[in-house]
Design a binder for this molecule. Structure first.
Ligand code: HEM
Length: 484
């Protein structure tokens, strides 16, 4: 009763929006007590049954789900919306309250420090490392038994992880190979994302003493130790490296707006703004935000090519016309001349967004349609559902890169496509990810034809923070005759 009295403003404001019936104490939390695969359907039903601005309660948290793209754009670009939602606190155990799950002065300071490494000039400087890592990947793929199906994500995620360590972290190849626990971190990351998502969606796991009794907690604790050691090792290497760099060089490069001569870790150290534990968490944040997302996107792209041989043929012809028959490095110029690759990647990011459901805290009342989002509530949005909303996409579940040809791009709803989110909290690594995915896929598809024993209709998806392919990424690679 006291809670109802204290929050009467929020309760009253909630009445502006339609939504499902609530249970005392739990609100609508039971809605998410389902298999992850069913969650996609549950959320869709909300929009079908209640329209495109819907309220639901996760215990005491009022969530307003906005599914109309124009309103979403206005909201996401509003500075009153630059606070991450309450569900991000379950990420904070592993990654702290900084770049990815934080808000306010700490988030903005860290984002500003890291930003030069994601500018155009910095991204250009990563070309040799990306290509070197993809060459190693190709060697690995050439060794795969002929005609055998395998989960290509497992190979690609090593490439993306090593690429991140050798660019954003500033490590050498040898240092990367010797980071303690790196392989375990790569392998255990997916189950740890699932723990975070389970806590976000299962009300009983949000009660700390209950969570502490679970095997998920033990898994998270073990993982937390691994990432601390990982962060410490990287900081140690970079502190040693920085001892040999002149002060003038450091000053000059710290001031540049776009620059890859210092790594993100160097910038964290030189800024003097982060203490050691915060730095370790931010290092893991950068690592985890980048290696899994790019590996998954590249794997989805290759799987879609296996499922859609006509698209693969078109893409192969484009790649071959630019790279020819030799296994040479892919440059920025090459990538600029691959418009079909761009269309395919956009379609992949439409169907399988990495940030599937996102949330912001409403810091002050914000007008929306004839009402307002009340301060203290959360605004949630499902990028997954927006990208498959039949109001904005014909035959939305079909894979069709032609949606993104210049003519159709002109015609489609501009705000209904937000794979990297929007506004001040949009993705920092967009150009990094796009280039790495294209380099990986361009060189694999030039050398191999990709097929699969399964088909697009067999693909089963679930949402655990990002969109997960339940059966993995099963492909068969066949070397093309013309490649050397
Ligand atoms: C295809 C790959 C990627 C996709 C689709 C993607 C997508 C996203 C999305 C949707 C967000 C918004 C999250 C939110 O609002 O809660 C985000 C945030 C972020 N991403 Fe990415 N991302 C990708 C790759 C990367 C890479 C390579 C990095 C490199 C470090 C990165 C770093 C970040 C960071 C730091 C944020 C937090 C931004 C902030 O809140 O200020 N991402 N990303």
């Amino acid at each position: 009763l006291r809670w109802r009295h204290q929050h009467r403003g929020l309760l009253k404001a909630a009445q502006q929006f339609p939504g499902p019936k609530t249970l005392p104490g739990l609100g609508n939390a039971m809605m998410f007590m389902c298999k992850p695969e069913e969650m996609v359907k549950q959320i869709k039903n909300l929009f079908v049954n209640y329209g495109d601005i819907v309220r639901f309660w996760l215990g005491p948290d009022l969530n307003i789900v906005v599914a109309c793209p124009d309103e979403l754009k206005v909201l996401l670009t509003n500075s009153k919306m630059s606070v991450k939602g309450p569900q991000y606190k379950y990420m904070a155990d592993l990654i702290g309250r900084g770049l990815l799950s934080g808000s306010g002065p700490e988030w903005s300071k860290h984002r500003k420090i890291a930003k030069p490494n994601f500018g155009k000039r910095a991204i250009e400087s990563y070309t040799p490392v990306f290509n070197d890592e993809v060459s190693l990947l190709l060697e690995e793929l050439r060794r795969k038994p002929h005609d055998q199906q395998f989960n290509i994500y497992r190979d690609i995620v090593n490439t993306t992880s090593y690429s991140v360590c050798r660019t954003l972290m500033g490590l050498t190849k040898e240092q990367t190979m010797n980071i303690p626990g790196l392989q375990e971190i790569i392998e255990e990351s997916p189950s740890n994302y699932k723990v975070i998502f389970d806590r976000m969606t299962k009300w009983y796991l949000q009660i700390d003493p209950v969570f502490w009794l679970t095997s998920q907690y033990r898994l998270q604790k073990r993982f937390s130790k691994l990432i601390t050691i990982f962060g410490k090792d990287i900081v140690k290497h970079r502190r040693e490296h920085l001892k040999n760099i002149t002060e003038d060089f450091k000053l000059e490069h710290m001031e540049m707006e776009e620059d890859g001569m210092l790594s993100v870790v160097d910038r964290f150290i030189l800024s003097g703004e982060l203490d050691q534990p915060t730095m370790e968490k931010e290092i893991f944040t950068v690592f985890t935000a980048s290696q899994e997302s790019t590996a998954k996107t590249a794997s989805y792209l290759l799987l879609m090519m296996a499922y859609h041989p006509d698209c693969q043929e078109k893409l192969y012809n484009e790649i071959k016309s630019i790279l020819g028959d030799s296994d040479r490095d892919v440059t920025d110029d090459d990538l600029k001349r691959m418009p079909y690759m761009e269309m395919v990647l956009k379609e992949v990011a439409r169907l399988f967004p990495i940030g599937a459901i996102l949330q912001r805290t409403v810091a002050e009342d914000i007008a929306i349609r004839s009402g307002y989002l009340p301060a203290g509530s959360s605004m949630s949005f499902s990028v997954f559902h927006l990208h498959r909303d039949p109001r904005f996409w014909d035959n939305p579940d079909a894979f069709d890169p032609e949606r993104f040809n210049p003519e159709n791009t002109e015609r489609r709803h501009q705000n209904a496509y937000i794979p990297f989110s929007l506004g001040p909290m949009n993705c920092l690594g967009r150009s990094f990810a796009t280039k790495l995915v294209k380099t990986i896929c361009g060189r694999i598809l030039r050398e191999f034809e990709v097929t699969s024993q399964s088909s697009y209709e067999d693909l089963r998806l679930a949402i655990y923070i990002s969109v997960v392919a339940i059966g993995g990424f099963p492909v068969i690679l066949k070397k093309r005759n013309s490649t050397k």
